[in-house]
Design a protein. Structure first.
Length: 235
């Protein structure tokens, strides 16, 4: 039998395991969502700040892209309302910078001089919305609400990913090897042959894997492994 490499998983697409209360309902931070605003027009900044605060979110305003980039990012739900035309980096350039360091920060573009190619470029790069001034408050608020929901979902996926990774990290190296072979579908005797250990030892390691990963069944374990990127999940 050919050797099977133990995969190094880095997938971020982890969803809550249905039966696992710890993954489903572990508390998230209840910090007030933050809406960053980058616009060099003071009247726009002040207007948006008041609107955002009235909705119960926390506004943080900046006059330039560089000023925004100099501020520390936050761990709670957040989004960025971004003017396209800025005095230093323009909005599209800032979007590229954000994508390299904070890809999970949703961006809503606002502009007084938008055009179709610019809109297409921003949306292809992942912008939530591209609004041309003047726009209604309800339109902007709807876009912000959608962006904050997306941010919250991304943070939750990241939390669940880390929780599963922590569980996997608590396994010994041998337990990790056994888990990888189990989820690939090998029987105990095949795993024993592959690793050069007895079937009794394989069963003991499997039991430890199930306990530490908090898996109630083999399908649960396979599902966890798929969510960690160890195996490909169909569909």
């Amino acid at each position: 039998m050919e050797g099977i490499a133990i995969p190094d998983f880095k997938s971020e697409g982890v969803l809550a395991t249905r039966w696992d209360p710890e993954l489903r309902s572990a508390p998230m931070s209840h910090a007030k969502p933050v809406v960053f605003v980058v616009d060099d027009d003071i009247s726009v900044r002040e207007s948006l700040e008041a609107l955002i605060r009235f909705e119960g979110w926390e506004p943080k305003t900046y006059t330039s892209a560089q000023e925004f980039l100099a501020c520390p990012m936050l761990s709670g739900p957040s989004c960025l309302v971004l003017d396209v035309n800025l005095p230093d980096l323009n909005g599209l350039e800032l979007q590229k910078r954000v994508a390299t360091g904070r890809a999970d920060l949703p961006i809503i573009f606002i502009t007084g001089q938008g055009d179709i190619p610019m809109t297409v470029q921003a949306m292809k790069a992942g912008a939530i919305e591209f609004l041309t001034k003047p726009f209604g408050d309800d339109v902007l608020l709807g876009a912000i609400r959608q962006a904050l929901e997306r941010s919250s979902a991304a943070l939750e996926r990241g939390r669940q990913t880390q929780l599963l990774r922590d569980r996997h990290g608590s396994l010994s190296r041998r337990e990790q090897e056994v888990m990888a072979l189990v989820v690939f579908g090998l029987l105990n005797k095949q795993i024993a042959f592959e690793l050069g250990i007895s079937e009794i030892t394989v069963k003991a390691h499997r039991g430890q894997v199930m306990r530490k990963m908090k898996a109630r069944s083999l399908p649960d374990l396979v599902n966890m492994a798929a969510r960690l990127g160890m195996v490909r999940r169909d569909g």
